[in-house]
Ligand binder design. Structure first.
Ligand code: NAD
Ligand code: UDP
Length: 347
């Protein structure tokens, strides 16, 4: 029988795309999500895309909180076969909000991870893939950024990611048998090419890509470009945008690597290794949607780096994975999602 995985935060943007890839790869999934930033509709569509009927036991949903020992226990007990591994997406991710509400961020992201690890031990599961972030490199001194670059986050969100990575290393070192992968994502964007699932942020988006797609679909008037005086070729910020389906496949590769190997700890960048400026993204998206994107240049955003680009070579070596999709495909698929779902899942 196929292996069962627990996916925390599986209804969210990255989680939903990863659930689809894992179902298509033959895993059975239990998703634990409190729907704080997602909709059950996302999972309904994941099931539909994977060809599962309603109530198919291959995708079970537990509405619960990752901080609750009871909810975690329920998720482990509900699994059709013992849970072999956990993919831990559940968490809060808005940098500005983390500055205003650090206690909530430490509670959900760090206490939530600690409770999850305790539940895993109690149920004899010691394989975990964790959603870390390139944000923990802060303002990088070296670009492309290797995993050996200093961890120096500059906001509470980044501090919580660094703390959970450390917690995982401490736990894995404390007893034999743990297989841990911390995946440091660069900038996840785009959507499944069907346009059925995608990113659906609550309120006004903080990030470039969802803001841009909402301007394109007419939900917002214009994009603000945060500075054109950066030390980059066109003066706008450069990032490593990674198609969410490439990212989802990176999780599958990490799971397969861990489940087939001796206990180990992996810390890997997941990015493309290629940087694109804000103006590159605006231009590529305008091409994809066939209409111009109105924008104006405003002051730099505090805390921004000029350029962050991954050195993804270690992930290629360790996982046999690399990104396959271009910025053009990112924009095509992002537009397929946003144009078909102008108000997202309308939760
Ligand atoms: P998301 O908000 O779409 O998904 C997170 C999911 O976790 C949501 O479904 C939410 O409802 C759930 N959740 C939140 N608090 C919970 C709790 N207490 N208990 C149970 N479920 C809870 O975000 P995403 O973009 O899919 O990000 C997934 C993970 O990847 C997060 O840990 C995030 O920090 C990390 N990450 C995201 C990015 C990015 O740019 N999207 C970059 C780097 C790292
Ligand atoms: N950005 C922008 N306008 C926006 C949002 C973002 O010009 O409304 C820029 C931002 O300054 C950065 C890039 O777009 O150079 C990516 O920002 P995002 O917040 O998406 O990712 P992060 O900065 O967290 O890597």
């Amino acid at each position: 029988m196929s292996q069962t995985l627990l996916i925390t935060g599986g209804a969210g943007f990255i989680g939903s795309h990863t659930c689809l890839v894992l179902l298509e790869a033959g895993y059975r999934l239990v998703v634990l999500d409190n729907f704080a930033n997602s909709s059950v509709e996302a999972l309904r569509r994941v099931a539909e895309l994977a060809g599962l009927g309603p109530d198919d036991p291959r995708l079970q949903v537990v509405a619960g909180d990752v901080r609750s020992a009871e909810d975690l226990d329920r998720a482990f007990r509900q699994a059709p076969t013992p849970i072999e591994a956990v993919v831990h997406f559940a968490g809060l991710k808005a940098v500005g909000e983390s500055v205003a509400e650090p206690l909530i961020y430490w509670d959900v992201n760090v206490v939530g991870s600690q409770r999850l690890l305790a539940a895993m031990r109690a149920h004899g599961c010691r394989t975990v893939v964790f959603s870390s972030s390139a944000t923990l490199y802060g303002l990088p001194e070296q670009v492309p950024i290797p995993e050996t670059a200093p961890v120096q986050p500059i906001n509470p969100y980044g501090h919580t990611k660094a703390a959970v990575e450390q917690l995982l290393r401490d736990v894995a070192t404390s007893e034999p048998g743990w297989r841990v992968a911390c995946l440091r994502y660069f900038n996840p964007v785009g959507a499944h090419p069907s346009g059925r699932i995608g990113e659906d942020p609550n309120g006004i988006p903080n990030n470039l890509f969802p803001f841009l797609t909402q301007v394109a679909v007419g939900r917002r008037n214009q994009l603000q470009v945060f500075g054109d005086d950066w030390p980059t070729p066109d003066g706008t910020g450069v990032r490593d945008y990674i198609h969410v389906m490439d990212l989802a496949e990176g999780h599958q590769a990490a799971l397969e690597t861990l489940l087939g190997a001796e206990p180990q700890q992996l810390t890997l960048n997941l990015g493309s290794g290629t940087g694109h400026s804000v103006l590159d993204v605006i231009e590529a998206f305008a091409q994809a949607c066939g209409r111009p994107i109105p924008y104006s240049v405003v002051a730099r955003r505090p805390g921004d780096a000029a350029r962050t680009v991954a050195d993804p070579s270690l992930a290629t070596t360790r996982l046999g994975w690399r990104t396959r999709r271009s910025l053009t495909e990112i924009c095509r698929d992002g537009w397929a999602w946003q144009s078909a779902n102008p108000s997202g899942y309308t939760r």
